[in-house]
Ligand binder design. Structure first.
Ligand SMILES: [Zn+2]
Length: 319
């Protein structure tokens, strides 16, 4: 039984997969901050999901926000977890006595999204084989690429970090120091900072005001400008991913996709508009290549559970 974890800044999700790749157990718990807290959260999650599934855990895969050098089990710069550098694979593997793989959470989610798509449409020759990009739209923006059934990590694990690709030299200042990064336009944190109104769901608030709820006048104009920036940022990300890797599909996921068609429909429209002046872009059918991860699907935890198989270059299957 393979166990996969998605360790996030506030919560940790764990799934157990049987030999056929079917999710047989799923648990969720709050993440404890700091290196010791993160390790304790991981061990408790593995124990709980293993007990729920009632089988023997043979491998553990862990997706975490932060940088992971390919082939290592060490996470670094995981600011949201309060972890500067930690050899998670060594510590967890030592405690559990099973092989442990660690991967960046967006990359793990890309693997999970590829498997979910193949499972949903086995006749479609497998997006995982022909190429899939997963675009995570959360507090930040990043992507993961699955090419030929395997994650494309790059030399230092930075492949897919397109959030800090500048697409507008006159655009808003990004926290990385550049102007007009995709993340400065489309990242949830950047939008919340630029919007400045308090609230639990600032991006949804931007859309509500832009669409006519609440204040009008200059506030509405400001909300519309932010919404337009978000849409052009996501459209730019899709364009970059398809033009770089010619993936079959760009799967959108992350907290901002809770907006559903309020976000996705204008992104598709923006991509169609870019095709109106360019026969080349039109021929790529960018708008038709977008899909959205089903809400609540545990893509990152599933992908993490399959890391051991992916590294072993086994064919990924799911029932
Ligand atoms: Zn940036």
């Amino acid at each position: 039984m393979r166990v996969g974890l998605d360790v996030g800044g506030t919560k940790t999700e764990a799934v157990a997969l049987d030999d056929a790749g079917v999710v047989v157990a799923r648990v969720r718990r709050a993440t404890t901050f700091g290196p010791d807290g993160v390790i304790a959260t991981i061990l408790a999650s593995v124990e709980e999901v293993g007990a729920q599934a009632g089988g023997i855990v043979t491998s553990v895969g862990i997706g975490m926000p932060g940088q992971i050098v390919p082939g290592s089990g060490t996470i670094s710069h995981a600011v949201n977890l309060g972890v500067r550098s930690l050899d998670v694979a060594a510590v967890v593997g030592g405690a559990l006595g099973v092989p442990v793989d660690v991967e960046n959470d967006v990359k793990a989610a890309a693997l999970g999204a590829a498997v979910l798509r193949t499972a949903a449409d086995p006749g479609a020759s497998g997006a995982a084989e022909s190429g899939l990009a997963y675009l995570n739209l959360g507090t930040g923006v990043a992507a993961g690429l699955v090419i030929g059934g395997a994650l494309w990590r790059g030399v230092r694990g930075a492949a897919g970090e397109i959030g800090h690709l500048s697409v507008d030299p006159e655009g808003p200042r990004c926290r990385c120091g550049q102007r007009g990064c995709i993340e400065a336009l489309a990242g949830g944190r950047a939008i919340a900072e630029r919007w400045g109104r308090p609230g639990a769901l600032p991006v949804a608030d931007v859309f509500d005001v832009a669409e006519g709820a609440g204040p009008g006048g200059s506030e509405r104009e400001r909300a519309r400008a932010l919404r337009d920036d978000l849409v052009r940022g996501v459209a730019a990300a899709v364009r970059v991913l398809v033009l770089t890797a010619d993936v079959d599909v760009v799967v959108l996921g992350g907290g901002l996709t809770a907006l559903g068609d309020r976000l996705v429909a204008p992104v598709r429209a923006a991509l169609r508009r870019s095709g109106e002046t360019s026969p080349f872009l039109r021929s790529l059918h960018l708008d038709e290549r977008i899909a959205v991860l089903p809400p609540g699907s545990p893509a990152a935890a599933m992908g993490a559970a399959l890391l051991a198989a992916e590294r072993g270059e086994e064919v990924l299957t799911v029932g």
